[in-house]
Design a protein around this ligand. Structure first.
Ligand code: KG4
Ligand code: ZN
Length: 349
C-alpha cells in the first residue's frame, strides 16, 4: 500500500516501561511524541518489574494516545494507519499497546502495521532529520538489547552480532547500582564519568580478540563488583567496600567502566563497517545517549570516512515516534497486519 503524500501514522509503543504514542508524517516529521515514563514506579526495585509495568501501561495508554492527538491537533480522520510495537519486549507490556492499537485500527478502519522495536531504534536517527543514506551499519544498544546490523534499507536488516549475556544498558544500570549512583544507571554513570579518569582502572574489554561481532558485558560488571568489594577469599592490605571509596575514586571507576564499554562498542562498529563497506553509521537505543559513545563514534566515523547519524536524545530512549516512522516504510513495502497480529517477547534475528 502506498501511503499518500503527507500521510500521518499513529504509533504506539509499550514494550518495556514507557507507554508512548506519536504522530509522524511521511515517515520522518514528528508531529507529536507523548511518552509516559514509569521510572518512579520501578526505581525502588532498581529495575523494571514486568507486572508493575504492564499494569501501569493499562492506566497510561489511553492518556498518552489522547495527549498525542491533542498536542498535534489531529483527529482520527487524519490518521492514515496505526503502527505498533509487537516485538520484542515484555509480553504483558506489549499486549497492552497492541490491544490499544488494534482497537484504534478497527474503529477507524485504518491499516495496522506491526513494528519490531529494535529495528525501529535503528531508524530513530531519521526522525526530524534528513533521509538516511544506505547501506548502513546500525548499533542498537539499550537496556534490553545490544545488536549490530547491516541495513540495506529501513526494512532490510541483517543481524551481524548481538550480546551473548547482558545488554550494554543493563551493565550501565548494574554498575550504577554497585556504585550507588541511582537508577536508571546510564545517565548517572555518564554524569559521574565526566569528572573521572577513564584510565584509572583497566577493566576488561571482552570479545575483542578475533573478528567476532558479538558482545559480552557480564565480565566487566563482575570486574567492577570485585574492584569495589574485593574478590571473595582474597586478603587485601586495604579494606574493601564502597564506603572506603572517595567520591573521586567512584567517579574514576565510573569513567573507567564507561571507557571500557565504549571501546568495545566502537571496535565492533569499526569491524562491521570494514566488513560491509557501509558508508553510514547509525546509533540507536538508550545507550546511544551516552556522551562518550557519541564522541567515540564521531571520531570513528571521521577516521572511516563515514557519516554518523545519532538520534536526538529524546529519540534514543523508548518512544513511539520511531515506531510510526518505521511503520510508514513497512506500509510502503506492503507489510500490513490484521487483527490477529501477535505479540512476541523474543525475536531470534
Ligand atoms: O532504549 P531504552 O529506553 O529502553 C530499552 O529498550 O531497554 O534504553 C534504556 C537504557 C537503560 O539501561 C539506561 O541506563 C540506558 O539506556 N541509558 C544510558 C544513557 N541514557 C540511558 N546508558 C549510557 N549512557 C547514557 N547517557
Ligand atoms: Zn528500546
Amino acid at each position: 500500500m502506498t501511503p499518500r503524500d503527507g500521510a500521518i501514522l499513529l504509533g504506539v509503543e509499550s514494550s518495556c516501561d514507557e507507554a508512548a504514542c506519536a504522530l509522524v508524517r511521511d515517515g520522518r516529521e514528528v508531529l507529536a511524541n507523548a511518552v509516559a515514563s514509569q521510572i518512579d514506579l520501578h526505581t525502588r526495585y532498581g529495575g523494571v518489574v514486568p507486572e508493575i509495568a504492564s499494569r501501569a501501561h493499562v492506566e497510561q495508554i489511553n492518556a498518552v494516545i489522547a495527549e498525542a492527538l491533542r498536542s498535534a491537533g489531529v483527529g482520527p480522520e487524519d490518521i492514515f494507519a496505526v503502527a505498533v510495537t509487537h516485538q520484542p519486549g515484555l509480553i504483558g507490556s506489549l499486549l497492552v499497546g497492541l490491544t490499544a492499537a488494534k482497537t484504534l485500527a478497527w474503529i477507524w478502519d485504518a491499516p495496522l502495521v506491526g513494528v519490531n522495536h529494535v529495528y525501529a531504534h535503528a531508524y530513530a536517527p531519521a526522525l526530524d532529520g534528513e533521509p538516511i543514506d544506505y547501506p548502513a551499519v546500525a548499533l542498537v544498544a539499550s537496556g534490553g538489547h545490544t545488536a549490530l546490523y547491516r541495513c540495506k534499507s529501513p526494512t532490510d536488516m541483517t543481524l551481524l552480532g548481538t550480546t551473548i549475556d547482558d545488554a550494554a544498558g543493563e551493565a550501565f544500570d548494574k554498575v550504577a547500582s554497585i556504585l550507588q549512583l541511582g537508577y536508571p544507571g546510564g545517565p548517572a554513570i555518564d554524569r559521574a564519568a565526566k569528572d573521572g579518569d577513564p584510565k584509572a582502572v583497566n577493566f576488561p574489554r571482552t570479545l575483542l580478540k578475533g573478528r567476532s561481532l558479538d558482545f559480552s558485558f557480564s565480565g566487566i560488571k563482575t570486574a567492577v563488583l570485585y574492584h569495589v568489594n574485593g574478590v571473595p577469599g582474597v586478603k587485601y592490605d586495604h579494606p574493601r567496600g564502597l564506603e572506603h571509596f572517595s567520591r573521586r575514586e567512584i567517579r574514576d571507576v565510573a569513567a573507567s567502566f564507561q571507557q571500557a564499554v565504549v571501546d568495545v562498542l566502537a571496535t565492533k562498529i569499526r569491524r562491521a563497517v570494514e566488513n560491509t563497506g557501509a558508508g553510514t553509521i547509525l546509533l540507536g537505543g538508550g545507550v546511544a545517549a551516552n556522551s562518550a559513545l557519541r564522541a567515540a563514534a564521531e571520531a570513528l566515523a571521521k577516521k572511516l570516512n563515514c557519516t554518523l547519524r545519532c538520534p536526538p536524545l529524546k529519540y534514543c530512549t523508548d518512544n513511539a515516534a520511531m515506531i510510526a516512522a518505521l511503520g510508514w516504510h513497512y506500509l510502503r513495502a506492503g507489510r500490513t497486519a490484521d487483527l490477529h497480529l501477535a505479540a512476541t517477547a523474543t525475536v531470534r534475528r
